[in-house]
Design a protein around this ligand. Structure first.
Ligand SMILES: [Mg+2]
Length: 253
């Protein structure tokens, strides 16, 4: 299972939050604040966000619990969404024995550092319902890929394409099925342009998968399943898409 990071696992663009903070604020805070349902951007709040951004850019941990909560509220739409996301990832890992990967155009070290901020050791009493499983352990460092690894190449590698070299980090290959969720369609199109695959018809006529996903088969019979309906730069993976991912795996495994 391969996830993009920004605006897929996160609800907003964490790379921009960290590395292009002014651009991020102009995009998410100033013009659309009421439409986005965000708390008022008081000068104090904007200063707090800037300090969090600076710390994460320097790969420093967030010291104050209130800063972690503000970061999670800002970029992951709060602990409740994160709890649902973590439950989904745990189900993938424990029930379906899926290996979880992150493929991003962002900075690997920053992503690894951010994942640590989502761990329960950083969570206070008000959020004790979060699973004790650490987010950073769900995505081990060797399964997090940043800008130096082309996403389409990674997926082709996972599907056992012999023409794609080994990523710098050794990972398993020859998976029979790769499910890919990304809010950006470019890598998907690159996959289709560079790898022979046949799109498979949906087996269930009225399945919600018809709307959300496309299924392709390689010459070797392996499946590449792509989430086509995640909104670009939207609010991240939704509960509907999570549910459909599990339906797909029920169907194919
Ligand atoms: Mg993205």
């Amino acid at each position: 299972m391969v996830f993009d990071f920004d605006c897929t696992l996160s609800s907003k663009h964490v790379y921009h939050f960290i590395n292009a903070h002014s651009h991020y604020l102009s995009r998410y805070h100033f013009p659309y604040i009421e439409a986005m349902g965000l708390p008022p951007s008081t000068p104090q709040r904007l200063e707090e966000l800037k300090c969090i951004s600076t710390a994460l850019r320097r790969l420093r941990p967030l010291v104050k619990e209130s800063d972690r909560t503000l970061f999670v509220d800002e970029c992951f739409h709060g602990w409740a969404r994160l709890r649902g996301l973590k439950d989904f990832l745990l189900t993938l890992q424990n029930k379906y024995h899926a290996d979880l990967f992150i493929a991003s155009r962002g900075d690997k070290d920053q992503i690894v550092n951010c994942l640590k901020e989502l761990d329960p050791s950083h969570v206070g009493a008000s959020t004790t319902t979060i699973s004790s499983q650490k987010m950073s352990s769900l995505f081990p460092t060797e399964r997090v890929f940043g800008q130096d690894v082309n996403k389409a190449d990674l997926i082709k590698y996972l599907l056992g394409n012999p023409h794609v070299g080994t990523p710098s980090e050794p990972v398993s290959r020859d998976y029979q099925i790769v499910l890919y969720v990304d809010d950006c369609k470019d890598e998907h199109h690159e996959m289709l342009n560079t790898m022979w695959m046949q799109r498979l018809p949906h087996r269930k006529k009225d399945s919600p998968l018809t709307k959300q996903f496309e299924v392709y088969q390689t010459r070797q019979g392996k499946l590449y399943i792509y989430c086509k309906s995640l909104e670009y730069n939207g609010t991240g993976i939704t509960t509907e898409i999570m549910r459909d991912c599990l339906l797909i795996l029920n169907d194919h495994l």
